[in-house]
Design a protein around this ligand. Structure first.
Ligand SMILES: NCc1[nH]cc(CCC(=O)O)c1CC(=O)O
Length: 312
């Protein structure tokens, strides 16, 4: 029996999504034995200094150790949240497969009487440490107070019980995958808060020359998800921005047409540039690049640069 070792971080979410991936792979490859290996990353060990790590240009703080394990052949497939994966991989590695995406939206979870964003009282305190969520929240409701909120999903949900927050914002996908959908009070529509590029999608990374494993992983590839997230990530890349930028992107495919929406915001929400384009899904990369150029033409570079400076 062939054995494929699947590597992941050890958080509840990372393990839940890896168990889901392995169950899907096992359906396609019943003769293969899949093992799960957990790996601690710098992001797991040192949560407090995410911002300072970003300042050092250390983009892959959730993935470096996992990619090292792939290169050293300790694991064969790495499972990542796609939105945490930099837009390019080391030369010896590749994203071999992108499974079907779950809900890309952000959600609100609130205390009693604080269950809808539009209905929150004046000056309500909303927990998030995402610059994108903060900027779009401030643009929608300048009165809201944004309070930092870090940690894995369990930590963030527990923090809501404290006095510091009236409501918190999380990705729907994380709650759905950890069987906590029932905790969601409101799905925030993309016309209020555009999701992060790739939110709700996973990436299976392999060694580029490991043909057998690439084939195993590719069996659960979803072409429509791939087209959508390619458009979203090309938009982000075209802006020269990373996952710490106040940038949202969301692509949908309906009736054979891909529609991509992209937003770039000032950190304080005082300005949001919005653009949209559509075309054939096979043109997904070009559509992303074109949309980045469109927002650059509207002055997006100044917003991205200002965000880089303020965060650094
Ligand atoms: N940055 C952390 C992170 N990375 C992936 C998810 C879960 C959602 C997903 O798969 O996109 C989360 C938590 C969150 O943003 O609430």
């Amino acid at each position: 029996m062939r054995t494929v070792t699947v590597g992941t971080r050890g958080s509840t979410l990372a393990l839940a999504q890896t168990h889901w991936v392995v169950a899907r792979l096992k359906e396609e490859w019943p003769e293969t034995d899949f093992r799960i290996q957990t790996i601690a990353t710098k992001g797991d060990r040192n949560r407090a200094s995410l911002i300072s790590m970003a300042k050092e240009g250390d983009k892959g703080f959730w993935i470096k150790e996992i990619e090292d394990a792939l290169l050293a052949k300790r694991i064969d497939i790495a499972v990542h949240s796609l939105k945490d994966l930099p837009t390019s991989q080391p030369e010896e590695l590749e994203v071999a497969s992108i499974p079907k995406r779950v809900d890309a939206r952000d959600v609100l979870i609130g205390k009693e009487g604080m269950k809808r964003l539009a209905d929150l009282p004046q000056g309500a305190r909303v927990g998030t440490s995402s610059v994108r969520r903060k900027a779009f929240l401030k643009a929608f409701r300048p009165d809201l107070q944004i309070v930092g909120l870090r940690g894995n999903i369990d930590t963030r949900l527990a923090a809501l019980a404290s006095d510091e927050y009236d409501a918190i914002i999380l990705a729907a996908a994380g709650l759905i995958r950890t069987e906590m959908r029932h905790r969601i009070d409101e799905f925030i529509e993309p016309d209020i808060m555009l999701p992060a590029p790739g939110q709700g999608a996973l990436a299976l990374e392999t060694r580029a020359d490991d043909d057998l494993t690439v084939e195993v992983a590719y069996a659960i590839h979803d072409h429509t998800t791939d087209d959508r997230i390619t458009a979203e990530r090309e938009f982000l890349a075209g802006l020269g921005a990373g996952c710490m930028a106040p940038v949202g992107a969301h692509a949908t495919v309906k009736g054979g047409i891909l529609t991509l929406e992209g937003w770039v915001a000032a950190l304080d929400g005082s300005q949001v540039l919005r653009a949209t384009t559509s075309g054939d899904p096979s043109e997904c990369a070009e559509l992303g690049a074109e949309l980045a150029n469109d927002t650059l033409g509207q002055g997006a570079q100044a917003l991205v640069d200002a965000a880089h400076e303020q965060i650094a």
